[in-house]
Design a protein around this ligand. Sequence first.
Ligand SMILES: *[C@@H]1O[C@H](CO)[C@@H](O)[C@H](O)[C@H]1NC(C)=O
Ligand SMILES: *[C@@H]1O[C@H](CO)[C@@H](O)[C@H](O)[C@H]1NC(C)=O
Ligand SMILES: *[C@@H]1O[C@H](CO)[C@@H](O)[C@H](O)[C@H]1NC(C)=O
Ligand SMILES: *[C@@H]1O[C@H](CO)[C@@H](O)[C@H](O)[C@H]1NC(C)=O
Ligand SMILES: *[C@@H]1O[C@H](CO)[C@@H](O)[C@H](O)[C@H]1NC(C)=O
Ligand SMILES: *[C@@H]1O[C@H](CO)[C@@H](O)[C@H](O)[C@H]1NC(C)=O
Ligand SMILES: *[C@@H]1O[C@H](CO)[C@@H](O)[C@H](O)[C@H]1NC(C)=O
Ligand SMILES: *[C@@H]1O[C@H](CO)[C@@H](O)[C@H](O)[C@H]1NC(C)=O
Length: 410
Amino acid sequence: MGDRISLLPYLVVAALLFCYAGVSVSPIFSDQNRIRVTSTGFYIHNDGDLYNSSISPRYTIEAIYQFGDSISDTGNLIRENPSSNYAKLPYGQTFFHKPTGRCSDGLLMIDYFTRFFKLPFLDPYLNKEGNFSHGVNFAVAGATALNGSTLAKKHNLSGPTNSSLLVQLDWFKTHLNSICSDASDRKKKLAKALIVMGEIGGNDYNWAFFQRKPITEIYDMVPKVIQMIKNVVKEVINLGATRIVVPGNFPIGCMTIYLDMFKTNDIKMYDELQCLRSLNDFAKFHNDKLQEAITDIQRDHPNVSIMYADYFEALKEILQNATSLGFDEDKVRTACCGSRGIVCGDPYKHVNWDRIHLTQHAYQVMAKSLIKPINDLGMPGNSSGSKSSIPQLFLYNLYAIIFCWFILSI
Ligand SMILES: *[C@@H]1O[C@H](CO)[C@@H](O)[C@H](O)[C@H]1NC(C)=O
Ligand SMILES: *[C@@H]1O[C@H](CO)[C@@H](O)[C@H](O)[C@H]1NC(C)=O
Ligand SMILES: *[C@@H]1O[C@H](CO)[C@@H](O)[C@H](O)[C@H]1NC(C)=O
Ligand SMILES: *[C@@H]1O[C@H](CO)[C@@H](O)[C@H](O)[C@H]1NC(C)=O
Ligand SMILES: *[C@@H]1O[C@H](CO)[C@@H](O)[C@H](O)[C@H]1NC(C)=O
Ligand SMILES: *[C@@H]1O[C@H](CO)[C@@H](O)[C@H](O)[C@H]1NC(C)=O
Ligand SMILES: *[C@@H]1O[C@H](CO)[C@@H](O)[C@H](O)[C@H]1NC(C)=O
Ligand SMILES: *[C@@H]1O[C@H](CO)[C@@H](O)[C@H](O)[C@H]1NC(C)=O
């Protein structure tokens, strides 16, 4: 009897220590950490097949739907306009050894994303023989966020296509109607899909910059472009989408076409990346507004996971680490394809492919840095999606507390 009483303080201390430890290690049992332990490999090799990356998919995606422009088009524009330059070599020379309609020498970021999720490349919507069982690519090179008619009427702007974002949304709805029996079937299917909404909006501005419109006038377009992207994201959420990636704009002041077009001896016009400061500031402005819009949508739809994909930072990292990533430091701001159709010897050394689009190598490095947040999208233990780990952690802690209470009470 006396023995037991003298042991009690030690038992209490031991139990408290145990409980503290139990509560603090409980996150180890969360999904995220289990994945981290079981993942193999520690880095991605230079040839960069994302199948062979240090991370493996944390969730299963059965279909990917891509909206956007030339950054993601896998063959829509060349079906609208077969005489487009993108239907000719050297486009496609590196990977497919023939043109596919991709505006690069090889693969695009969306190709790396689909490979990461172990899906086949996305066929373009306008390919009549396309296999859409695992998703569709609605992106059209030259497409704008705003309606072609709006740009023509209000801004006197036009591009190579009128398949702007709302047209692509109509295609998406038509496609869903063809594969879904009813609304609940559609929601079930979209719950296992990933939507990539962009990059889009870049061309609304490009067409204006190419016409040398005053930049103040182009700033005025930003709220309208953001509103359009916001509306279309909301529409796909209402249709049933639960995972959505919304990319921002590139540091466009680093694009060869603009570096040539707005070349100046005034060093104050260049930023720390040796790119055009005013254009990069403009891209940042668009990106800030886009992130605010995403935050708004996320607030209204807590059950949906929306992610801003930071193309600006991803490309900036390439420019800052060019040599270590295998690019030729002297060639990161010049294009592989010259304006007279001369192609460089080794596109792998270049960041820029044709003055306005990037090389496969650049897209590959960008995709590598973006795949991690995409892979965490909506997963427990991560804040990049909205689904927080709090309920799960709470449950573990509750177990620990009940257990401790039990120990203390004996
Ligand atoms: C992954 O890369 C390593 C090193 O290059 C290679 O040995 C291995 O075969 C690759 N695995 C796959 C599945 O490609
Ligand atoms: C479409 O692609 C899927 C997945 O790759 C494949 O299983 C299916 O057989 C293909 N369908 C046709 C008609 O080729
Ligand atoms: C844009 O085009 C769509 C149809 O493609 C139309 O429904 C919509 O009213 C247009 N919006 C504006 C602002 O012109
Ligand atoms: C519209 O833009 C074209 C150049 O694409 C220009 O020649 C024309 O003067 C512009 N029209 C107006 C009304 O500004
Ligand atoms: C886009 O639509 C306008 C009319 O709204 C038309 O003038 C123009 O030719 C169209 N452009 C293309 C590429 O089809
Ligand atoms: C969010 O999900 C929870 C549980 O899955 C559900 O009870 C709730 O109704 C959903 N809320 C909305 C707004 O869909
Ligand atoms: C670039 O270098 C910085 C530090 O110099 C590093 O933090 C970053 O991870 C590197 N990025 C890439 C893509 O290698
Ligand atoms: C969530 O994902 C982001 C982006 O990949 C990462 O920076 C962050 O560390 C992750 N958070 C946790 C708790 O793992």
